[in-house]
Design a protein. Sequence first.
Length: 74
Amino acid sequence: MAKPKTKVAAPDRSKISMENKAEVKYWAKHLGITRERLQSIVEKVGNSAASVRKELAVQTISREETRGDETQSR
């Protein structure tokens, strides 16, 4: 008699599991950042994918404003 198939839960794409190497690789590539930067952001804002995306947007805007200030002061 065949064993009943067990269902495997789909990964929760709303959370980033830093313990899972495959997920870290996926999220780093998906977000266009290094694993180290991903780790740093997750430590800062938590493992919510939405929070990580929001923090990346804030950092990007902050960097662009800083660059604009440098360009204007020249």
